[in-house]
Ligand binder design. Structure first.
Ligand code: NAD
Ligand code: ATP
Length: 281
C-alpha cells in the first residue's frame, strides 16, 4: 500500500491530532485527508472523487455516522476501511484509539481480514420514472412527519403483494443496519455475513405485522397510497427526500460492497455484548 486516506469526524480536535501523527509515523506513504480535515491540518485540498480513486486504505476517525459518511464518499469502490472509534457507540468503528498504530502496522504489512458488508440500492419511482437512485450501508427509511396520519405501505416482494403495513413508517435495512434503527423498531439482529434485507414497520398499527427477513436477491417495493402526504425518505440517516402519494420505493441488493477491516481481537458477538450491555460472559 502506498496511499492512505483519512476521513475524520468534523470538528473533532482529537481526530486532527491523530491524523497528523499518522502522517509523521509513515513518512514513506502518501497520506490524503478528506476536505474538512485537510482544511484543519493545512494540507492540500483533495476532492472526494480523487480521494476515492487514489486511496488504497481509508482510515475513519469518528463514530458510526462518520463511517457511513465515508462509505457514501467512496461510492462503489470496495477499498478497505479501517474504523477507529472516536464516537460514542462504534458498532462499525471497531478499533479503539489505543490500538490504532498496532493495527495499522499489521494492515500495512498485509496481515488483516475484512468483513464484506452488503449494501442496498434504493430507487424512488414516481409516475413510472426513476427520480432518485442511491446506495445505503445501513437503511432506507420511509417515515411520516410529526402531524401526518398513519400511512399505508403497500409492500411486495418480487412483484408478489405481501401486505399493506399500516404504520408510522418502514425501514428496509441491511444486516449492518439491523443493529441501528431497525433494532429500535423491534427488528432482529442479523449477523453481517448473512446477505438479506430486513423489512421493519415503525410502530405498526396491526400487532401481527412484524419484521420480515428476505433473501438479498429479492426486489422489495413499498408503494404509498395516493392520498399520502408529509412523508419522507431518509437514506442512512444522511440524506432526506420528500415523498408524494403514489411514490414507489424499490430496494434491491447493490453490486457494491463495503469492506471493513476487522479488529482481530473482537468477534462480532463481543462487540454486540459490549455495545448492547449484555453483561459478562
Ligand atoms: N430511533 C433510532 O434508533 C434511530 C432513529 C433515526 C436514525 N437511526 C439510525 O441512525 C443511522 C445513522 O447513524 P448516524 O450515526 O449518522 O446518526 P446519529 O448520529 O443520529 O446516530 C444514531 C445512533 O445509531 C448508531 N448507529 C449507526 N449505525 C449503526 C449500526 N449499523 N449499528 C448500530 N448502531 C448504529 C450510532 O452510533 C448512533 O449512536 C441511520 O442509518 C439509522 O439507522 C436510528
Ligand atoms: N468529515 C465529515 N464531513 C462531512 N460530514 C461528516 C464528516 N464526519 C461526519 N460527518 C457527518 O456528521 C455526522 C456526525 O457524526 P456524529 O457527530 O453523530 O458522530 P458519529 O461519527 O456518528 O459518532 P457517534 O454517533 O458514534 O458519536 C455523521 O453522521 C456524518 O453525516
Amino acid at each position: 500500500m502506498h496511499t492512505l486516506a483519512i476521513v475524520a469526524k468534523r470538528d473533532k480536535q482529537e481526530a486532527v491530532a491523530l491524523a497528523a501523527r499518522i502522517r509523521e509515523r509513515y513518512p514513506h506513504l502518501t497520506v490524503l485527508a478528506e476536505r474538512y480535515l485537510s482544511h484543519s491540518l493545512g494540507w492540500p485540498r483533495v476532492e472526494d472523487r480523487e480521494l476515492a480513486q487514489r486511496a488504497e486504505l481509508v482510515i475513519v476517525l469518528g463514530g458510526d455516522g462518520t463511517l457511513i459518511y465515508t462509505a457514501r464518499l467512496l461510492a462503489g469502490r470496495g477499498v478497505p476501511i479501517l474504523g477507529v472509534n472516536l464516537g460514542s457507540l462504534g458498532f462499525m468503528t471497531e478499533i479503539p484509539v489505543d490500538e490504532l498504530f498496532s493495527t495499522l502496522d499489521e494492515v500495512l504489512a498485509g496481515r488483516f481480514k475484512v468483513d464484506s458488508r452488503m449494501k442496498l440500492t434504493c430507487r424512488l419511482v414516481r409516475e413510472g420514472k426513476t427520480v432518485l437512485e442511491d446506495e445505503v450501508l445501513n437503511d432506507v427509511v420511509i417515515n411520516k412527519g410529526a402531524l401526518a396520519r398513519i400511512s399505508d405501505h403497500e409492500t411486495s416482494i418480487d412483484g408478489v403483494p405481501i401486505t399493506t403495513y399500516k404504520a408510522d413508517g418502514m425501514i428496509l435495512a441491511t444486516p449492518t443496519g439491523s443493529t441501528a434503527y431497525s433494532l429500535s423498531a423491534g427488528g432482529p439482529i442479523v449477523h453481517p455475513s448473512v446477505d438479506c434485507t430486513i423489512l421493519s414497520p415503525i410502530c405498526s398499527h396491526a400487532l401481527t405485522q412484524r419484521s420480515i427477513v428476505v433473501p438479498a436477491d429479492r426486489t422489495i417495493r413499498v408503494t404509498l397510497r395516493k392520498e399520502t402526504a408529509d412523508t419522507y425518505l431518509t437514506l442512512d440517516g444522511q440524506t432526506g427526500h420528500s415523498l408524494q402519494g403514489g411514490d414507489c420505493i424499490e430496494v434491491v441488493r447493490s453490486p457494491n460492497r463495503v469492506n471493513l477491516v476487522r479488529n482481530p481481537h473482537m468477534a462480532y458477538f463481543t462487540i454486540l455484548r459490549q455495545k448492547l450491555h449484555w453483561g459478562e460472559r
